[in-house]
Ligand binder design. Structure first.
Ligand code: PLP
Length: 405
């Protein structure tokens, strides 16, 4: 006998929409300029398969135990050592291995935010981070970016206004200072110093998402925000962009007081211990610096190819900042253009992108005249053909909107 179940009241905090606004795949030969994925042909497949076999056979049953064998300790030591390049000098007990840096965003939010607390972000910002802040029922305020990263002067104005008018100071500011997703821009050194001065003066945390700083096309290095103010910066990084995202391994570096709280929230114990065994074995054998250099050379070339294709196909219809690193080019159209309106036509022509509004707090009202392209996942030939198809969709949209006005 089948009885009708009554509707169930699920937790209100579950988002009603997915975090990303790109279209789904519509054709087998679809060109994915939407995917912020690493280049699969650069995954160190052979070494990983050797490392996985070694982790099982050499470490045997210990590697598969809750706490793993030597792997987790070796990974921590590697992170500790590599972080020195970013001027980060910490004990290993200030490093927490996470299920990707996205888990670091989630953990930080759960540690710091009560419903109604304020979180400040950049406009645009990383959509999964925005989703984490919405789920935590934070009040989110955004500040625009320009060629030199987030407008710290506007953040300062807002803090002065908050202090003098009894408004709330944010619990934290979430920022991607180096090779921003989606903006492609980098926070200048003077703005970095100004931002940490504000965090000190107004007593808020900075959540520094540093997923792309290894992918540095120009050779120039920027001081991490963490290195400027370790007491109030929580630093996130990941193996996703430098080895492979499917490993789901990232890390969080912070003051010990934060780490203690993060460990209490980490209910399942250490993250990915077996994966850490594999990564430890890989890092033992891996010529890491040549690997990074080949990633950089590849992504730099891809970025140049995409920038040239955009200039050829869009001319003065768009402006963009040519990135110094990372995965993305962020296109700005004239204000009247709504990129969501040619998302589907572009998909029908075989190319995907992410429309600008997906990166904004108020997606209904902001970001319409922008879109994000990712040059990391596709081939050079696909970049050229994909940008051409995108331009076809845009110009078709433009002539339709012009003829209807
Ligand atoms: C800024 C930023 N942070 C975090 C992530 C996700 O990293 P992970 O795979 O380590 O969760 C991405 C991936 O696109 C990203 O762009």
């Amino acid at each position: 006998m089948s009885t009708e179940l009554e509707p169930f009241s699920f937790a209100k905090r579950i988002p009603t929409t997915p975090s990303i606004g790109s279209t789904t795949v519509t054709k087998p030969d679809h060109i994915h300029l939407s995917f912020g994925f690493a280049a699969p042909h650069l995954f160190p497949i052979e070494l990983l398969s050797y490392a996985a076999a070694e982790a099982v056979t050499q470490q045997g049953r210990k590697a598969l135990q809750y706490s793993g064998a030597p792997g987790p300790g070796k990974v921590l030591a590697w992170i500790q050592n590599r972080s020195k390049l970013n001027d980060i000098h910490v004990d290993t007990d200030q490093i927490l291995v996470t299920y990707g840096s996205t888990q670091g965003i989630d953990l930080t939010t759960r540690i710091l935010v009560e419903p109604g607390d304020h979180v400040w972000v950049e406009a645009p910002s990383f959509f999964s981070a925005l989703q984490a802040f919405r789920v935590a029922e934070a009040t989110i305020t955004s500040f625009p970016i320009d060629e030199n990263g987030v407008r710290v002067d506007l953040i300062e104005e807002a803090l002065i206004d908050a202090r003098s008018n009894g408004k709330r100071i944010p619990k934290f500011l979430y920022t991607m200072p180096t090779y921003h997703n989606p903006g492609g821009v980098t926070l200048s050194i003077p703005r970095r110093k100004q931002l940490v001065r504000l965090a000190r003066e107004y007593n808020f945390f900075i959540l520094e998402d540093d997923a792309y700083s290894e992918l540095n096309f120009s050779g120039k290095r920027y001081p991490s925000l963490y290195s400027l103010f370790p007491e109030r910066v929580i630093y996130l990084n990941t193996f996703s962009k430098i080895i492979a995202p499917g490993l789901r391994l990232g890390w969080l570096i912070a003051d010990k007081s934060i780490l203690t709280k993060a460990r209490l929230l980490n209910l399942g114990g250490s993250i990915g211990v077996f994966t850490q065994e594999i990564v430890a074995k890989l890092l033992d054998e891996f010529p890491f610096q040549p690997h990074i250099e080949s990633l950089i050379a590849h992504y730099r070339r891809q970025s140049d190819v995409m920038a040239d294709a955009i200039r050829t196909d869009f001319g003065d219809h768009v402006t963009f900042h040519q990135p110094e690193g990372g995965f993305y080019i962020w296109l700005r159209f004239q204000d009247h253009v709504n990129t969501t309106e040619f998302l589907q036509d572009a998909a029908d022509r075989g190319v995907s992108f992410v429309d600008g509004r997906s990166f904004y707090v108020n997606a209904e009202a902001e970001g319409h005249s922008y879109l994000r392209l990712c040059f990391s996942y596709v081939s050079e030939d696909q970049i050229v053909r994909g940008v051409q198809k995108l331009a076809d969709a845009y110009f078709a949209y433009l002539s339709k909107t012009m003829s209807s006005t």
